[in-house]
Design a protein around this ligand. Structure first.
Ligand SMILES: O=C(O)[C@H](O)COP(=O)(O)O
Length: 310
C-alpha cells in the first residue's frame, strides 16, 4: 500500500505514516507518478482534480492538512467513493493569532515603519499616525472555530465590540455567543473598524467583499483576510485603499498564490501581505501533520475519522 505526501509536511506525520505503509515524499522524484499506485494522499494546498482521481485507479483516501478543502474536487471524490478528510480545530489558534497580527500590523503601520526604519529614512512620525484597537468594532464573517476564537481574542485583549455575520450558525448557537449578530453584510460593514474573514471559499463567498460592499465601510477601517483569496475582490480593494476610501488591509491569502512582486496591493504602504503562512507555527504544523496522517491510516483501514467530509 503506497501513500504519497504531495506537499511539504512536518515530519511528525510523515514518520507516523511510515510506520504502517510505504510513503513517498514530495521531494522524491517518484512523487510525480503518484497516479499510478497511490492508495492514500496527504496534501495541503495541492489541487486534486476530477481528472487526477480518474487517473488514480487505486486511490482510496485523500487526507488534507488544513480546513479549507477548495483544492479538492469533493463531488468527484464522492462519485468515485474516495474518502476525503481534513483537520478542523488544530490550526485555529495559529490562524487566529495571525489574523490579530495582520490587523494590528496594519492599523499600527508596523511593516510600513519597518521598511522605513531599515531604509534609514528619518520618519516624520506625525505624518504616519495609526489607529488604536481598544474598544473598536470588529466585524467577523464566519463564526466557526477560527472566527469565534478571533472574536474572543479581540474582545479579551482590546475590549472590542464584536459583530458576527454567519447565516449558517443556528439561532440556538448564537444565543450562546456573547456577540451581536448582523443579519447581513450591509448591516455590519458600515459599523466596523476591522473586518476579519473566516469562511471557506465557495461559489457563494467568491467575490463576497466587492466594490459595492467595500464602499459601505468607513475610510478608517481595514480588512483582514486569513481565509481564502477570491473572497475579497483585489482590484476593488486596491481602488478603495489607493483612493483613501479604506485605510488598509492585511492579507495572508490571494486570488493567485504566490502573488507577484508587482501585484498592485504590494504598492500600497498600508497593505500588509504574508505568504499563506497563518497556520505556520511549529505547534500547529506538528498537530496538523500528525492528525492528517492518523486520519489517513484510519480511513485506509476502513474507519471513519472525525474529520471525514466525503
Ligand atoms: O486550509 C487551511 O486550513 C489552511 O489554508 C492551511 O493551509 P496550509 O496547510 O497550506 O498551511
Amino acid at each position: 500500500m503506497k501513500i504519497y505526501v504531495l506537499d511539504a509536511f512536518h515530519l511528525s506525520g510523515v514518520e507516523l505514516a511510515e510506520k504502517q505503509a510505504e510513503v513517498i515524499r514530495w521531494d522524491d522524484p517518484r512523487a510525480k507518478n503518484w497516479h499510478e499506485d497511490a492508495a492514500g494522499l496527504m496534501v495541503r494546498g495541492k489541487k486534486i482534480t476530477a481528472d487526477d482521481m480518474a487517473r488514480a485507479k487505486k486511490l482510496r483516501v485523500i487526507s488534507k492538512q488544513g480546513v479549507g478543502i477548495d483544492n479538492i474536487d469533493l463531488e468527484a471524490a464522492k462519485a468515485r467513493g474516495i474518502a476525503v478528510c481534513r483537520t478542523p480545530g488544530v490550526n485555529s489558534e495559529a490562524v487566529a493569532e495571525m489574523a490579530l497580527s495582520l490587523g494590528l500590523s496594519t492599523v499600527r503601520r508596523v511593516t510600513e515603519f519597518d521598511r522605513m526604519t531599515r531604509g534609514g529614512s528619518k520618519v516624520q512620525r506625525a505624518d504616519f499616525l495609526g489607529y488604536e484597537s481598544w474598544q473598536k468594532t470588529v466585524g467577523i464573517v464566519g463564526m466557526g472555530n477560527i472566527g469565534t476564537l478571533v472574536a474572543r481574542k479581540w474582545r479579551g485583549a482590546f475590549d472590542a465590540n464584536i459583530i458576527g455575520y454567519d447565516p449558517y450558525v443556528p439561532a440556538s448557537r448564537w444565543s450562546e455567543l456573547p456577540h451581536k449578530r448582523a443579519a447581513s453584510l450591509e448591516e455590519m460593514l458600515p459599523q466596523v473598524d476591522i473586518l476579519t474573514l473566516h469562511l471557506p471559499l465557495t461559489p457563494e463567498s467568491r467575490n463576497m467583499i466587492d466594490a459595492a460592499r467595500l464602499a459601505l465601510m468607513k475610510p478608517t477601517a481595514i480588512v483582514v483576510n486569513t481565509s481564502r483569496g477570491g473572497i475579497v475582490n483585489e482590484a476593488a480593494l486596491y481602488q478603495a485603499i489607493s483612493s483613501g476610501k479604506l485605510f488598509g488591509a492585511g492579507f495572508d491569502v490571494f486570488e493567485v498564490e504566490p502573488p507577484t512582486s508587482d501585484h498592485p496591493l504590494m504598492t500600497l504602504p498600508t497593505f500588509v501581505g504574508t505568504p499563506h503562512a497563518a497556520a505556520g507555527t511549529v505547534e500547529t504544523q506538528m498537530r496538523s501533520s500528525m492528525l492528517a496522517a492518523s486520519q489517513l491510516l484510519e480511513a485506509l483501514a476502513g474507519g471513519q475519522p472525525l474529520g471525514q467530509v466525503a
